[in-house]
Design a protein around this ligand. Sequence first.
Ligand SMILES: Cc1cc2nc3c(=O)[nH]c(=O)nc-3n(C[C@H](O)[C@H](O)[C@H](O)COP(=O)(O)OP(=O)(O)OC[C@H]3O[C@@H](n4cnc5c(N)ncnc54)[C@H](O)[C@@H]3O)c2cc1C
Length: 533
Amino acid sequence: MPSVSTSSTTPYDVLVLGSGAAGLSLALRLAQKGRSVMVVSKSRLESGSTLWAQGGISAVLDENDSLENHVRDTLVAGGGLCDEEAVRFTVERGPGCIRWLLAQGVQFTRDEEGKQRPLHLTREGGHSHRRVVHAADATGRAVETTLASLAAHHPNITVRERAVVVELIVDRATKRAHGAYLFDRDSGEVEAIGAKTVALCTGGANQVYLYSSNPFGASGDGIAMAWRAGCRVANMEFMQFHPTCLYHKDSRSFLLTEALRGEGGYLRIPTTGERFMPRFDSRAELAPRDVVARAIDHEMKRLGLRHVHLDVTHLPAVFIKEHFPTIYAHCLELGLNITKEPIPVVPSAHFTCGGVMTDLKARTDVDGLYAIGEVACTGLHGANRLASNSLLECLAFAEAAAEDIEQTLSKRPAPPALRQWDASRVTDSDEDVVVSHNWLELRTFMWDYVGIVRTTKRLERALHRVELLQQEIQDYYGHYKITAHLVELRNLVVCAELIVRSAMLRKESRGLHYTLDYPQTLPQARPTILSPA
Ligand SMILES: Cc1cc2nc3c(=O)[nH]c(=O)nc-3n(C[C@H](O)[C@H](O)[C@H](O)COP(=O)(O)OP(=O)(O)OC[C@H]3O[C@@H](n4cnc5c(N)ncnc54)[C@H](O)[C@@H]3O)c2cc1C
């Protein structure tokens, strides 16, 4: 809890919370203009979902393509809920953002010699043209490692690794951001860091579900902190699930690319071997991602299964090893030869479409507080995300925020003296089991009751449990010293509440929100906006 003594730390121009594509590109753009920046990551500098992104970044770079096509594809994917202005704004910035990444030294896959465009473009589901810039199948890694290396060596950037942001520092009277409290995982101390401007770049909330393709840190910290600070949050019911994540006790968050189904893989019921997708869609395993995820969820719930099988054993072993070397090797390491045995899979929470509401300059409801990347709801994704638009969103809105910060920074006063964190009334916990138990309980009932297919009854059950957990976690937070997991759990339960409440407000099925009680789509699309009390 904050006490009255003050901070002596020199304030930064900009405090960037998070070091994925959004945070690093914002930090670099501002540092390159001479601004003093601190970048904070709760783990290493190279971290976040960005590091794991495989496919690529969408941008119109082919002469046969057009901005209008990209806008249309995004609007179609978004199920009628995208903000068209935000879509146009993002799409128009795409080519410039790719040029900026190239200028920073990111090595994208080049096109064959003799072709007119310098970069190789792939085509992904939902895109009417080739427009996905990539670095083989590890685009996020190429972007993240390049930007992190530049940030680590930039004289205007101070990097704080293994520092968990516990809370934003916001003046309640003026509704202005002044900094944040950082918990140092190594020393156990909490420090107040002051800045003229604060940017939330903390990623999504996908760890709120038992199965997630995201790294553990995707606990919605920024969304929960912004909510507590007085920001509106929108469209949290739209959580995107990837249909096939490996189900194995020793391997979490390992995605099995949709190309496995594209190349002829079958989905089967483990107990009977039945190939079930033809019962759900005439395209069987090639149906769109959401249809496949929903069918798997249906079969798992109907039969009480822990997973289903993805079977590629009928494909030639040489082909599998050649086309899916990483998956083959990873599974073999776990004792699973995918050329001979079916792969246990579950759908997994993959992308948070909603988040902290922002305008086109990435500004939130709190003065001096920006939100960029997966933490934000800009209006781009609507009810469903078009593949490879998320990294583009990080880059486009980091550019827009950097421009706005540049223009306004000289008018912003330095933050006042900050209250230091007061840990005098809390003790070391002697029952950490409360945190681990509640963490698992929360993620399990979110998976069972608020997952891919919803009903009003299940949502009501989930809300009841969320409220009980919130009381217990808040009580624990008030009595015991902070740990990284406690901070994350406290934020996860807030995100869970926001997801459940948003889902309860939507009396229709649209995009990623599917409820058996309201299977129809209403004629008019409206965002779900929650305002803090
Ligand atoms: C497996 C996978 C594949 C994907 N493939 C693609 C793709 O091909 N194309 C595409 O466009 N998108 C893809 N996505 C989505 C995309 O990667 C993310 O939406 C995007 O990287 C989010 O970037 P970000 O900067 O907003 O957040 P992240 O990259 O998630 O970074 C979050 C940062 O915030 C820090 N942080 C969080 N909370 C705190 C806290 N309390 N204190 C301190 N630091 C904190 C983390 O340490 C991290 O540095 C994929 C995602 C996954 C998981």
